[in-house]
Design a protein around this ligand. Sequence first.
Ligand code: ATP
Ligand code: MG
Length: 369
Amino acid sequence: MSITNFEDRRVIVCCGSGGVGKTTISAGIALALANNGARVAVVTIDPARRLASALGLETLGDEPRQVDIGPTGTRGELWALQLDAKATFDRLVRRHAPSPEAEQRILDNRIYEHLSGAVAGSQEYMAVERLNELTDDPRFEVIVLDTPPAQNALDFLDAPTRITHFIEGKSLRMLLSPGAAAGHLGWKVLHAGSSTVFSILERVTGAQLLRDLSEFLAAFDGMYSGFSERAERVRALLHSPRAAFVVVSSADDEPVREAVMLVERLTHDHYPLGPAVMNRVRQRAECDPPPRDALIEAYADAGAVHPQDLADRTLAQLAEDDARARRDHDACARLARLLGDRAPLEVPDFADEPVEIAGLEHVADALAP
Ligand SMILES: Nc1ncnc2c1ncn2[C@@H]1O[C@H](COP(=O)(O)OP(=O)(O)OP(=O)(O)O)[C@@H](O)[C@H]1O
Ligand SMILES: [Mg+2]
């Protein structure tokens, strides 16, 4: 099994519980595919600068930046970017606003500022929008997506539905849109039955905010179908054989449990699975530990003051390392069993943090042996 078997995929999504190495593995997958000749963009939703530092870069922005992976030859290209939700949202408005006036009204609107920056899920939603843009970008053949350290690692998959609901905000629109004011049911009900609702809202939020909201919804009129359409496109892409979800785990019990749950949820929701990755697998030593006597003698020859003590501590450490390595090996076997006998790709626990291209090459090698 090799990650390069998945090169025909348009999108590879790395997910898994916090700290297991999603960002490192995303970068490693992207590098492995680039080494194999593909033009790859790796994109992170995580606002922490982890991807940049893994790639040995000072910064990453919303615009894809090409990473130097050494002599090209048969190699492809590696690009990287970090999601900027606000920039993506602004671009979206520019592209889809019905007129320049509507565009300006939206961009200047305070509700918009709030929505594009802070509404729950907008970050994830913009990731989905950005995926759309990137898959349309002829520079890239494969997009590798590094998901954030979320409690619910797959939250971002629900984001399109959540945010389109918010924007379509049926109840909100009924109450506040100028269309409603012109005589639709919502407005009438509001005024006839519960005028207090409006006045309370007004008192709580301030008249200007209500006006902003009403204007915002009006300005977005005509863009709703675009939102739903694009959300639907990404949903379809992520469910198609052109996508692959790579679940990353470490050998500890909790991440393994979570990885299995993730795989179950992805399977249940009909998302296409790529290989699972077991990261930071400690390797068993290739030979047996030296006999105690020989070790004591060697330490004594080297001038150690307490050669016996040193030998015992060395052997204890070697035994502990071996026990850990066995445990990691068992965890791989358990994960394989739980995934229906599909062995995960194993990435060793490197003594040096696998950063910069030189370090990531080791990760790429493990993923594409
Ligand atoms: N195979 C490995 N060997 C040694 N160190 C590793 C390995 N994989 C990852 N690390 C290190 O572990 C730390 C966490 O890795 P990483 O940031 O990729 O995890 P993550 O799952 O993306 O975390 P988060 O959930 O916070 O986004 C980093 O310091 C990284 O360099
Ligand atoms: Mg990360």
